[in-house]
Design a protein around this ligand. Structure first.
Ligand SMILES: Cc1ncc(COP(=O)(O)O)c(C=O)c1O
Length: 404
């Protein structure tokens, strides 16, 4: 199939709910992607964090190939060995609880919402407080929970039971809570909201506050989880454990899977008949997730992220000194935001034309999330493209492109 036909078919047959860049990708390996014309790109935003181990990670490919010949799907009214192993492994690396498997981040958050409502039922509580600038998914409930009106406004009337507080602001949370509140959901680092990192003191106060008021604390680690920050989960940086945690993206290494982990005492509220997902925990997805966890462990990927992120961030901060257009460099591990004083869209396009894939969120924040196992030499290559693209886009002496 040629490039023009692919685009024509998209135009004719695929609902246009995505803004698409002008590229057709046909192959991926590790940190590299190839377009239909054979041009190679270094991918520092692989699949919006789905391909956290890079494209087509070998152990995941082997596990899927083996599993696809053994058993692809078995319904959840039966047991299967791969789901059992995967759940045990997830609990071993997170906290004492149980797992509900599904297929996406939004679905994992839906399970967290339903669990919270069951928890609150005996006291008549149902409201969940989420943070402004958060992102939790696109289903009607999760888009309502997402603290950005632009995503939910077209779909009114929205489901009841959601309220919002400012991120990193305990007094805002205190004002948002009322007698109907049952849970608080937070991303330890807001991803889509612009790589906003939760303060340690805020996370600790959040835990104490939730304990005091019998509120469930939910961490959405769909983007921050599975090694992205240099630990299995971002909560492990804070010394604060959630009651419920949601996962997806890197968990499947490119294969769709989501998971909701609830601590003991909460998890058993979901009894037969209360919740389900036909494909949830299917052997293929669980085999992929097992291979992802084994790869992270065997290849010391959390260590790789921790070892390289300090150096990488300091190199980006050096660029900040040189290019006044860079407002701030922030993040943890390989979840990095480089905020500009101006819109970042054309800078991201320029990087792409120069062979590096990045993302721009919240208009001005460049999201940089290299694969966890990337080598220093390739980080250097990416940095060189970022530097070159900054030079081309914001020439140092070109005053008019600088912030006012
Ligand atoms: C923090 C967070 N939660 C939930 C979601 C929704 O995940 P999905 O698109 O798999 O439904 C996303 C997606 O970007 C996310 O970043």
């Amino acid at each position: 199939m040629d490039e023009i036909t692919v685009k024509q078919y998209y135009n004719d047959y695929i609902i246009g709910c995505y803004g698409r860049e002008n590229f057709v990708f046909v192959r991926g390996k590790g940190p590299w992607l190839w377009d239909i014309n054979g041009k190679k790109y270094l991918d520092f935003f692989p699949g919006w964090a789905v391909s956290g181990l890079g494209h087509c990670p070998p152990k995941v490919v082997t596990a899927l190939t083996k599993q696809v010949k053994t058993l692809m799907h078995v319904a959840n009214n039966y047991y299967n060995d791969v789901q059992a192993l995967c759940a045990k492994k997830l609990i071993d690396i997170s906290f004492d609880g149980k797992v509900f498997f599904c297929n996406s981040g939004a679905e994992a958050n839906e399970a967290a919402i339903k669990l919270s409502r069951l928890y609150g039922a005996k006291t008549g509580r149902y409201k969940i407080i989420s943070m402004l600038n958060s992102f939790h998914g696109r289903t009607l409930a999760t888009v309502t929970m997402t603290g950005q009106e632009k995503y939910s406004a077209p779909f009114k009337p929205l489901p009841d039971g959601f309220a919002y507080a400012r991120f990193n602001d305990m007094s805002s949370l205190q004002s948002a809570v009322d007698e109907k509140t049952v849970a608080v959901i937070v991303e330890p680092i807001q991803g889509e909201g612009g790589i906003n990192v939760a303060d340690k003191s805020y996370m600790q106060s959040l835990r104490e506050f939730c304990n005091k008021h019998d509120l469930l604390l939910i961490f959405d680690e769909v983007q921050t989880g599975m090694g992205r920050t240099g630990k299995w989960f971002a909560f492990q940086h804070y010394g604060v454990q959630p009651d419920i945690m949601t996962l997806a993206k890197t968990l499947g290494g490119g294969f769709p899977i989501g998971a909701t982990i609830a601590r003991k005492g909460i998890s058993d509220l979901l009894v037969p008949g209360t919740h389900a997902s036909t494909f949830g925990g299917n052997p293929l997805a669980c085999a992929a997730a097992m291979a992802v966890m084994e790869t992270i462990e065997e290849e010391n990927l959390c260590e790789n992220v921790s070892n390289l992120s300090g150096w990488f961030m300091s190199e980006l901060k050096k660029l900040q000194e040189k290019f006044q257009v860079i407002k701030e460099v922030r993040g943890i591990g390989f979840m990095i935001g480089m905020e500009l004083h101006v819109s970042g869209k054309s800078f991201v396009e320029r990087c792409r034309n120069n062979g590096l894939l990045l993302n721009c969120t919240h208009d001005t924040v460049i999201r940089i999330m290299p694969p966890l196992g990337i080598k220093k030499s390739l980080l250097k290559k990416g940095l060189a493209i970022i530097r070159q693209s900054l030079q081309e886009e914001f020439p140092i002496n070109e005053e008019k492109k600088r912030p006012a």
